[in-house]
Ligand binder design. Structure first.
Ligand code: DGL
Length: 273
């Protein structure tokens, strides 16, 4: 039987999944969370399906050693490439970030033209299109890989003329096609949401899968009777962070996203799992 007071496991290729973690902390504040960022092997966005699946499987094995009660694949590329496999292999509930984002995009569009921006891996998997079409086959899905957004977000250039310029180049074709809804299909993109919103204009609804994923997670835990019963207590170590490399850098970045005061991130050798 799954222990409802056990932590939730959340993982990403690095820091991007912290945008999902932040939403989970906000929307289900009494839950405990174990976060793993694969900082040694990031990025996943330009790697093959086989490699991303292998990495994701190792991380899930690690999270299982922490006895998590549910797993959130807080990385679009890993959700796109590995979730189908992982679902068959784990006994606890596991969700990714793609399905929740696709669902909200379908609900939001009025003219039936949805744009999706993401890493090269997520775009080449065509996973957003698949889920969106499953919900409404008449919707047009226009996808665009924006690989430079990840390093720009990691460099902290969230509001910067360089980011404006790159975003304009990437997004112009989506503006020309007249999409009215745009999915931020990569964990880093919510960090540059302001820039993307400015360029797309007010008429375009931006969908942040991080927010929707936390909502879905809460619903799922409710349904499965897995919401934590007790409030976390002082010294409970409510949020624990693990990485595969460069923990200090991770900690600095994490503290700029999550205003929680993250004191430590432990480095582990993920290849052992
Ligand atoms: N976390 C990845 C994603 O959401 C972006 C960073 C990477 O390429 O690893 O697709």
């Amino acid at each position: 039987m799954i222990d409802r007071n056990a932590p939730i496991g959340v993982f990403d290729s690095g820091v991007g999944g912290l945008t999902v973690m932040k939403e989970i902390m906000h929307q289900i504040p009494s839950e405990k969370v174990v976060y793993f960022g694969d900082t040694a092997r990031v990025p996943y966005g330009n790697k093959s399906k086989e490699t991303v699946t292998k990495f994701s499987r190792q991380i899930v094995h690690f999270l299982q050693t922490r006895n998590v009660k549910a797993i959130v694949v807080a990385c679009n590329t890993a959700s796109a490439y590995a979730l189908d496999e992982l679902e068959k292999e784990v006994e606890v509930p596991i969700i990714g970030v793609v399905k929740p984002g696709a669902k909200v995009a379908v609900e939001a569009t009025r003219n039936g033209k949805i744009g999706v921006i993401a890493t090269e891996g997520t775009i080449s998997s065509a996973i957003y299109e698949r889920y969106i079409k499953e919900l409404n086959k008449n919707v047009n899905v226009i996808e665009k890989a924006c690989p430079l957004f990840v390093p720009l977000a990691e460099e902290g250039l969230w509001r910067d003329p360089v980011t404006d310029e790159i975003a304009r180049r990437y997004l112009t074709e989506l503006i020309d096609i007249d999409i009215d809804t745009l999915v931020l299909g990569c964990t880093h993109y919510p960090l540059i949401r302001e820039t993307v919103g400015k360029i797309m204009g007010e008429g375009v609804t931006l969908v942040n899968p991080a927010y929707e994923t936390a909502r879905e997670l809460k619903k799922l835990l409710e349904q499965e009777n897995l919401l934590r019963e007790k409030e976390p207590e002082l010294g409970d170590n409510q949020y624990q962070f693990f990485v595969s490399d460069a923990s200090e850098k991770f900690k600095r970045f994490a503290n700029s996203i999550i205003k929680y005061g993250i004191l430590s991130a432990k480095t582990i050798n993920i290849e052992e799992y």
